[in-house]
Ligand binder design. Structure first.
Ligand code: HEC
Length: 196
C-alpha cells in the first residue's frame, strides 16, 4: 500500500507539459544558448547535455530553480511552473540521434596541412617589427610530421583513405568512399592540396 502511494505521488510530481509550447519556452528563456537547441550540450562547456534521457523531473526542476553551480537561477517570477513543465516535456521528447558510425556522410578533406593565413600574418607582422620571418611556421604548419587523418578516422571506426596526393588516385578513392556512404556509413578521404 505504501509502495503504491509512493508510486502515485512520484507520478503526480511530473506535471503535464506541452512539447510544442516547451520548445518555444526553451528558446524564449535562453536554455538553448547554453544547452544547445536540442539539448545536446553547449559549445565550450557552456552547459551540459540535457537530452536524450533527462534528469527525473524533480531533479530537473530543482536544478532550474536552484542551480548547483554556475547556471543562472530561474525563479517562478521568470519561469512559471507550467513553463518549466512544458520545457521538461520538450526535453524529454528529444530522441537520441543515430550513432556516428551510422550516419552516411562523405568527408573530403581539403588538407593544406597548415594554418596558412596565420603563417602569412605572422610573416607580415615579423617584417613590420623587423624580426626574423623564418619561424612563422611554428605552431601553424601541420606537416612536421603530417597528421594521418585517415588513421585518426579509422581509429574511431570510420572508413577512410588517404593521404591522396596524386590527382589520378582521387577519383577512384572518392568512388570507394561513396560506396561506403551509400551503404549507410560515414567515409573520409584525406586529400592533400597545395599549401597556399
Ligand atoms: C548561461 C548558461 C545557462 C543557461 C541559460 C541555462 N543553463 Fe542549465 N546549466 C548550465 C550549467 C553551466 C550547468 C551545470 C550545473 C551548474 O552550473 O549549475 C547547467 C545544468 C543544467 C541541468 C542539469 C544537467 C546536468 O547534467 O548537470 C539542467 C536540468 C538544466 N541546466 C536546465 C536548464 C533549463 C531548463 C534552462 C532554461 C530554463 C537552462 N538550464 C538554462 C548553464 C545554463
Amino acid at each position: 500500500m505504501n509502495f503504491l502511494l509512493a508510486g502515485v505521488l512520484l507520478f503526480a510530481q511530473v506535471p503535464q507539459g506541452s512539447v510544442e509550447r516547451g520548445q518555444k519556452v526553451y528558446q524564449a528563456k535562453w536554455c538553448h544558448s547554453c544547452h544547445g537547441t536540442v539539448g545536446q550540450g553547449g559549445e565550450r562547456g557552456a552547459g551540459p547535455k540535457l537530452a536524450p534521457n533527462p534528469f527525473p523531473y524533480a531533479a530537473f526542476a530543482m536544478q532550474t530553480r536552484r542551480p548547483r553551480a554556475n547556471m543562472p537561477r530561474y525563479p517562478a517570477e521568470f519561469l512559471s511552473d507550467q513553463e518549466l513543465a512544458d520545457i521538461y516535456a520538450y526535453v524529454a521528447s528529444i530522441k537520441a540521434g543515430p550513432a556516428a558510425k551510422d550516419i552516411p556522410l562523405l568527408f573530403v578533406m581539403h588538407n593544406n596541412r597548415g594554418y596558412y593565413q596565420e603563417v602569412m600574418h605572422l610573416q607580415r607582422m615579423a617584417s613590420l617589427h623587423k624580426r626574423a620571418v623564418d619561424t612563422a611556421w611554428v605552431g601553424n604548419v601541420i606537416d612536421r610530421p603530417a597528421v594521418d587523418f585517415a588513421k585518426l578516422a579509422q581509429a574511431q571506426g570510420v572508413w577512410a583513405e588517404g593521404p591522396v596526393s596524386n590527382p589520378a588516385q582521387l577519383g577512384p578513392a572518392i568512388a570507394r568512399a561513396l560506396k561506403v556512404v551509400k551503404g549507410g556509413a560515414p567515409a573520409l578521404v584525406d586529400v592533400v592540396c597545395q599549401a597556399r
